[in-house]
Design a protein around this ligand. Structure first.
Ligand code: FMN
Length: 374
């Protein structure tokens, strides 16, 4: 890394770094200990159309896909989860080894702490050590990009830290709003983004984290120069629900915790996919409440390219950590692949391009139908 980082004025005090570290640990443990999933998952309103006589053999089905310059074995992404804490290092090691063995995409969590506290960098670096060949996605937040102290070098430091193939900029306005340490001023975002867009050739993704994207934002981000999207809609992990389990609510000031009130806020993942695809031809990762390989197929039928999973892989890696193995995570990836190729077989499709954006291959019911038709 170069010597440039966030300006000194923006460097956290040691007490604040400790606060970020505690937060990292809580973010890892709360989803495992409590139910912080959105209560409605709209993938249930999509039915893929069954084809009674598949005329191809299951083994002939090709799940391979290009993710920018690299070819991966299946359209599966281990979504951004963690980094910056000793526990994160263990989780990232497991996830990176599994991603490498199965040739799928690996992501790291927000690298902000790696820029601010060099002692945490190894928890990110370990990913490239154990995943030397697969695509690795780095991660930095809208809050950092929007900071008046942000410099282009901050982005290149993140890229260098993990030799990132792609960088995701996470958009987490609701999450910032409901946590007391939150960063909620994004006025400099466009102007700062234009500078970083010029400063790097690697693909940049705009990534929501569980509240989804509407068409207006997607179009603006497409025109600004993003190379793709991670729609991160509702249906899976709710960051408001995570924050409501942390002890940060000032009940002298307000009568209700906004983290409880806004728990279900946002645009469902299937709706976000359709929103983005209607205004952009760029790459789409679908995250937010995908549970099985059928959900990957449903995402692709709506126009996505890749399915991303955070909660599922956090759970498998946590189990693996206890047993000192990577076998649960590997089994999970293989299960997803098997469910996806089974879905294609039952639809008599040979490969993912025969499925992508083919709305006639599904029927949409219920509340999702209403969402999409208003
Ligand atoms: C413990 C945890 C930590 C996360 N940290 C990040 C992060 O640092 N950056 C980011 O872009 N998304 C982060 N996410 C969001 C996920 O990448 C994903 O978009 C979201 O959880 C929805 O997927 P899911 O329903 O499969 O969990 C995190 C998710 C979890 C569960």
């Amino acid at each position: 890394m170069t010597s440039s980082r966030f300006e000194k004025e923006n460097m956290p005090e040691p007490k604040q770094t400790k606060k970020i570290l505690n937060r990292k640990e809580e973010h890892l443990k709360i989803p495992l200990e409590y139910d912080v999933q959105h209560s409605v998952n709209y993938f249930k309103d999509i039915k893929l159309i069954h084809h009674a006589i598949p005329e191809i053999d299951l083994e002939e089905i090709d799940l391979t896909v290009n993710f920018f310059k690299k070819k991966i074995s299946a359209p599966i992404c281990i979504s951004a989860i963690t980094g910056g804490h000793p526990l994160s290092k263990e989780i990232n090691e497991i996830l990176a080894k599994a991603a490498e063995e199965e040739n799928i995409i690996m992501s790291v969590g927000s690298q902000r702490i790696g820029l601010e506290d060099l002692s945490t960098v190894d928890s990110f670096k370990i990913v490239r050590e154990y995943a030397p060949s697969v695509p690795v996605i780095g991660n930095l937040g809208l809050g950092q990009i929007s900071s008046t102290y942000f410099r282009e070098e901050n982005l290149s430091d993140c890229i260098d830290m993990i030799k990132a193939d792609v960088m995701a900029i996470h958009l987490n306005a609701l999450h910032e709003l409901v946590q007391d340490e939150g960063n909620i001023s994004y006025k400099n975002f466009k102007q700062n983004f234009k500078k970083i867009r010029k400063s790097t050739d690697i693909p940049l993704l705009a990534k929501e984290v569980g509240t989804g994207l509407n068409q207006e934002v997607a179009l603006m981000l497409d025109e600004l120069g993003f190379d793709g999207f991670d729609v991160g809609g509702t249906g899976g992990t709710s960051f408001a629900a995570i924050e409501s389990k942390r002890n940060n609510f000032d009940n002298d000031k307000y009568s209700r915790n906004p983290a409880d009130v806004f728990r279900e806020w946002g645009i469902p993942t299937p709706v976000s996919i359709v929103n983005v695809r209607s205004v952009s031809q760029k790459l789409i990762i679908a995250t937010g409440g995908l549970k099985t390989g059928i959900d990957i197929a449903k995402s692709i039928v709506l126009g996505a390219d890749i399915g991303g999973f955070a909660y599922k892989f956090l759970k498998s890696a946590w189990q693996d950590r206890k047993n000192n193995t990577i076998s649960n995570t590997i089994r999970e990836i293989r299960t997803l692949k098997n469910e996806l190729s089974s879905s294609l077989w039952l639809m008599n499709l040979r490969n993912l391009s025969e499925l992508k954006n083919k709305r006639e291959k599904c029927v949409i019911f219920g509340d999702l139908y209403l969402w999409l038709n208003q």
